[in-house]
Design a protein around this ligand. Structure first.
Ligand code: WQD
Length: 343
């Protein structure tokens, strides 16, 4: 009998790629999503890759009664919790939406888990919790600093809620995955990043500029204390990231660790600057990118990249895809969207 995993936010970018890897690892998947920041079309793309259409309910995780009915409907072996609001800039403008959505969703899930004998939850966190690191690369022991946005604060509070609930004796386990910068798309180009409206993140803005949807990329600052003056990030392939979630679920369900809460940084361990990433795009697309340098974006961190040793050695996961393969996958996906007339 295949184990059944609830994937909240499973029609989103990282969620959909994780559903593919879960199905290919033999898990049955139930997706819930309120479709506030994603498109149900992904429910056609996933089966084109795996041959299996995941179960899907359009639900909001902040609706306790709806969630209780869901847990009654399907016994779950584990949960991967992606559903959250995640735009840093928007969180500054609309903090209460972020606190309600990102905190109440998690509390609802945690409250229902013991009642319905759900043993483990993988939580989607972010390197944002580290703020501006004192040094790079950054490992899991680095201090969590005051958040630079309400979004980042919700991730920090979420992690504390999990730790406090487990500490209270709740019969559950959790693995917290702190992502660096997820980019790219599934190599099949059947699923990928689908930002609604003007992209906030760098890579979809690059590929939309490359295909002509956007006129010009604005590079937010080249006066940072870095080799070429632009910010440095740890860009991690979304499929590599998705695979880490399957390993994490297996680790919990097969009780491979006695620890109740484990935290892992998911990154490549390689820092790359914005301007370097633009050059990689130009190389893989074979075309120059139209960009200009503008002023810094408020809240941006100058440089952050992961020390992934714990994920490599304890979780048994390592990022495999090169940055060229990853940017090529993002470009292939953008071209597929153009062919489909999607954008
Ligand atoms: C990367 C770099 C920008 C757009 C955020 C969240 C993180 C995660 C990923 C959710 C920065 C520069 C960007 C543009 C640019 N979100 N940039 N022009 O801010 O590192 O991380 O998104 O899980 O939690 O914090 O990602 O892609 O927005 O920016 O120059 O049009 O690209 O200044 O240096 P970020 P990003």
């Amino acid at each position: 009998m295949p184990k059944r995993i609830l994937v909240t936010g499973g029609t989103g970018y990282i969620g959909s790629h994780t559903v593919v890897e879960l199905q290919q690892a033999g898990y049955e998947v139930v997706i819930i999503d309120n479709l506030s920041n994603s498109n149900a079309d992904v429910l056609e793309g996933i089966p084109r890759i795996t041959g299996k259409r995941p179960l899907f309910d359009k639900l909001d995780c902040t609706d306790f009664e709806a969630m209780k009915a869901l847990f009654k409907k399907y016994p779950f072996d584990g949960i991967i919790h992606f559903a959250a609001s995640k735009a840093v800039g928007e969180s500054v403008e609309k903090p209460l939406i972020y606190y309600r959505n990102n905190l109440v969703s998690l509390v609802n899930l945690l409250e229902l888990m013991p009642q319905y004998n759900v043993k483990g939850i993988v939580f989607s966190s972010s390197c944002t919790v580290y703020g501006e690191p004192d040094k790079n690369p950054i490992d899991e022991n680095a201090p969590v600093k005051p958040a630079t946005s309400p979004y980042g604060n919700t991730k920090q509070i979420n992690e504390e809620i999990i730790r406090d609930f487990v500490h209270s004796g709740a019969p559950i386990k959790s693995i917290i995955l702190r992502y660096f910068n997820p980019i790219g798309a599934h190599p099949s180009a059947e699923i990928g990043e689908l930002p609604l409206g003007v992209p906030q993140n760098l890579v979809p803005y690059i590929t939309q500029t490359g295909i002509g949807i956007r006129q010009q990329l604005s590079v937010f600052g080249d006066d940072y204390d870095t080799p070429d003056g632009s910010c440095i990030r740890d860009f991690i392939n979304v499929v590599d990231l998705a695979k880490a979630h399957v390993i994490a679920i297996e680790r919990m369900l097969e009780k491979k660790s006695d620890e109740k809460v484990e935290i892992f940084n998911l990154g490549t361990g390689i820092g790359l600057s914005v301007l370097e990433l633009i050059k990689v795009f130009e190389k893989v697309s074979g075309k120059p990118l139209n960009y200009k340098i503008v002023g810094r974006r408020e809240g941006d961190i100058e440089q952050i990249w992961a020390q992934p040793d714990k994920a490599n050695n304890v979780l048994g996961w390592k990022a495999e895809e090169t940055i060229e393969e990853t940017m090529a996958s993002a470009w292939k996906w953008q071209q597929r969207l153009r062919e489909k007339g999607a954008m």
